[in-house]
Design a protein around this ligand. Structure first.
Ligand code: NAI
Length: 484
């Protein structure tokens, strides 16, 4: 017996979790469940991260969390417990499998186009750090962190998973044509890791093109790996291809702790009515069983689920509306009644269990994931983001007063578009400029030089933000302004 932590969640969470556990128990799945306190009601008791210290301790000991959806209280400045859990425990890969389910009517099932796409989304970084500031009353800034070690973790996981499932193709979705440094880094990591997996066709597609191709030819894709925000959008798009969020399972994979949950939320509009569809949570639970090596149980339950869907059993949110809908409990009972049945389409081979006992990790300190620095680093300039409602020429004049012998002013941009020394009067301005100073000659700058410039400029401007311009060897570690 393996012990796992279970958090039923809010809204429809307890209803669908009870249904899924009843299916597991009826199938004799060798798991025991430790229920832990997490969710909105825990926030309301005063725990700002949405979980009690005991819940956190139990999850960190057991290593597996099976959870229902949880509500994020609105307008209280609190962060989503779902996001907090994924980030705190470094579940760096979000894996979502989208497969044609017979009995779930979609445009593609009607056209006979099979779908079997696995989306792996980076789960920690990107704009999900939620590091945001108002720089002026008009200008908001969000910091988007893409890191080499973080990208490597998720991309390696995606390739390993692709190899195990004998995927024919793995595709990196990105926007490196625009975000050359951040998405460029992610793509560089993808290409690097791809070299170690020559048997898998690895390619990349710009994310907007990817969306178009996914809705026109979803059958051409197999595994798709993306950064966090783009992955969030693309995975919901894929959920739509196979029948909506009621059929979208999700696994959050980390080195120490894994979280299995449905993709949908707490469905407040149908809470308490016992009419929610437990399929997505059940599919997430099946991913968990396979993760724990319980292959036989997973296959028996999945075949029963597919058979039930094919036979036309349904909850109110899908299927043939001319047939009566079952409530959550009755739908779970129909699945249990179909244990041993084999569906016509997509039947899973029954393989013997190979139970995996989760490793108990006792970490003494936070793991630091860092790559080796290869090139010499030097500071060659600084971007000063200043507040000003004046014209670019006036801003330049003020900057030039303070350039010292060490700095030259090379460009001024507004919302990323160059407005000085050249630009167009048709470019609309907002009250914040990015003024780029570079070192005169080849001499590298020091942080003290930058502080001196900062002090001088602050006589004329409110400086909202600064970024160093670094070189790694002969490679610029910063982007150019549009038009520079
Ligand atoms: P939602 O997914 O809860 O609901 C959207 C629509 O889908 C509703 O009409 C709902 O009735 C329906 N629906 C969702 N799951 C269903 C199911 N299993 N069976 C039948 N119908 C289902 O999204 P919404 O309304 O945006 O969010 C509600 C709450 O859930 C919010 O507090 C949000 O923060 C939270 N949430 C939590 C997530 C998680 O725990 N991972 C994920 C998404 C939202």
């Amino acid at each position: 017996m393996t012990n796992i932590a279970v958090a039923k969640g809010d809204g429809i969470g307890p209803e669908i979790m009870d249904a899924v556990i009843s299916i597991f128990e009826a199938a004799g799945v060798p798991l025991t469940y430790e229920y832990v306190d997490m969710g909105k009601w825990v926030f309301d008791k005063g725990y700002s991260n949405g979980m009690t210290p005991e819940a956190q301790q139990r999850i960190e000991t057991l290593g597996i969390l099976f959870k229902g959806p949880m509500e994020t209280p609105k307008g209280k400045g609190v962060k989503s417990v779902n996001v907090t859990a994924r980030k705190t425990w470094n579940t760096y890969a979000n894996k979502r499998v989208f497969q044609t389910l017979h009995g779930v009517d979609t445009v593609f099932s009607r056209a006979g186009i099979p779908i079997d796409i696995t989306v792996v989304r980076e789960n920690i970084e990107d704009t999900y750090g939620g590091i945001e500031h108002m720089l002026t009353h008009d200008v908001a800034l969000s910091r988007r962190f893409i890191t080499r070690p973080g990208s490597m973790q998720v991309i390696r996981y995606a390739f390993e998973m692709a190899r195990k499932k004998q995927a024919r193709r793995i595709t990196c979705g990105h926007k490196a044509n625009i975000m050359k440094i951040t998405d460029g880094l992610f793509l560089e990591c993808f290409r690097e890791v791809a070299l170690e997996y020559p048997e898998i066709q690895a390619d990349d597609v710009i994310v907007d093109d990817l969306c178009m191709k996914l809705v026109t030819r979803p059958d051409l894709f197999d595994v798709v790996v993306l950064t966090n925000l783009q992955g969030d959008i693309v995975s919901d798009l894929c959920a739509g291809l196979v029948g909506g969020l009621g059929f979208a399972p999700s696994a959050n994979i980390g080195d120490h702790i894994c979280i299995f949950e449905a993709v949908h939320g707490t469905a407040p509009d149908i809470t308490g009515k016992n009419i929610a569809n437990p399929t997505a949570l059940l599919l997430s639970g099946l991913t968990m069983l396979r993760h724990l090596g319980l292959m036989e149980h997973a296959a028996i339950i999945e075949n029963a689920l597919l058979y039930t869907l094919e036979a036309g059993f349904r909850t109110g949110d899908f299927g043939d509306r001319s047939k009566p809908a079952l409530d959550t409990t009755a739908f779970a009972q129909a699945i249990i009644a179909h244990f041993g049945r084999i569906p016509e389409h997509g039947a899973k081979t029954i393989m013997p269990n190979k139970p995996v006992t989760p490793t108990i990790f006792k970490l003494e300190k936070n793991p630091l994931i860092m790559s080796l620095e290869k090139e010499q680093e030097s500071i060659v300039g600084v971007d000063m983001f200043v507040e000003s409602a004046e014209q670019p020429g006036i801003v330049a004049e003020k900057c030039l007063r303070h350039t010292l012998d060490l700095f030259k002013l090379v460009t001024i941009s507004n919302r990323g578009t160059q407005v000085w020394p050249k630009g167009s009067v048709f470019t609309n301005l907002v009250n914040q400029y990015r003024c780029r100073f570079e070192s005169v000659g080849d001499a590298p700058l020091t942080q003290t030089d930058i502080i001196e410039l900062y002090k001088r400029l602050s006589a004329d401007f409110k400086i909202c933000s600064t970024e160093l311009l670094n070189m790694w060897g002969d490679k610029k570690a910063y982007s150019l302004a549009q038009g520079q």
